[in-house]
Design a protein around this ligand. Structure first.
Ligand code: ATP
Ligand code: MG
Length: 228
């Protein structure tokens, strides 16, 4: 049985993609889907007991309930914390999008639901002539956009939505994420985005210390394919 699969992007780096991807994965698991996570490119890995680890990959894998080889979950586990094009070049790697798509297809065969966390913002480069947007396009998945609520997020969100649609992809929904608990006019920002973004808001995530019960802040039932 094939269940939902989504590509999670965001308005920037460090705005809650991993946090929200993990919440979404847990919600899918709670619905009864055998759920896998993918982080195709992770820039910033450290050696622990002889094995390379990345925080995002570890967080996503611990939320998922389909266990997979790390080489499938994260085909490009890069050591250098930087934009993926720079990180890959530092590590002597070349990010090959068809290889990532191949890994995704293998994961799709092993899981009912798959959540793919993008890297950085939507258009972050992978090389001199490829980017994260090319990957999203070739995966062809509906996109969920995490908007990190902070000054400047409105334009970032609208630009991201335009870029998603320019690639022929569907913006399935967006999530307002209160990364900055002191943000001024946060409600006004959310209302503005509701007016300008032609996609449903899937919820507003409060600023939290723990995300174990954070699924209650999202209304994921409106997404296609969500029901088992
Ligand atoms: N709603 C929230 N409340 C409190 N802290 C949050 C919230 N959302 C995200 N954070 C914190 O913000 C930081 C960045 O979040 P996260 O790692 O999910 O971002 P990201 O977009 O995945 O970053 P990257 O671009 O590195 O993948 C983390 O420390 C996370 O715990
Ligand atoms: Mg992340």
């Amino acid at each position: 049985m094939t269940g939902p699969a989504y590509f999670i992007t965001g308005t920037d780096t460090e705005i809650g993609k991993t946090t929200l991807s993990s919440v979404i994965i847990r919600a899918l698991v709670a619905k009864g889907f055998r759920t896998a996570a993918m982080k195709p490119v992770a820039a910033g890995a450290v050696m622990v007991d002889g094995v390379l680890h990345n925080e995002d990959v570890d967080a996503l894998v611990s939320a998922a309930n389909v266990s997979l080889p790390t080489g499938l979950v994260c085909p490009y586990l890069l050591r250098t914390p930087a934009s993926p094009n720079l990180s890959a070049s530092q590590d002597g790697r070349t990010i090959d999008i068809p290889h990532i798509v191949d890994c995704y297809r293998k994961i799709r065969q092993k899981a009912e639901a798959v959540i793919v966390e993008g890297v950085g913002g939507f258009l972050v480069p992978f090389s001199r002539n490829t980017s994260s947007a090319d990957l999203a396009e070739q995966l062809g998945l509906p996109v969920i956009m995490v908007v990190g609520l902070k000054l400047g997020c409105i334009s970032h969100a609208l630009l991201t939505a335009e870029a998603i649609r320019a690639r022929g992809l569907t913006l399935a929904g967006w999530i307002a994420n209160r990364v900055d608990p002191d943000m001024a006019f946060s409600e006004g920002n959310i209302e503005t985005l509701e007016n300008w973004l032609d996609a449903p808001r899937l919820g507003t995530m409060p600023h939290l210390k723990t995300f174990k019960r954070a699924g209650q802040y999202l209304d994921l039932d409106i997404l296609p394919g969500w029901h088992k």
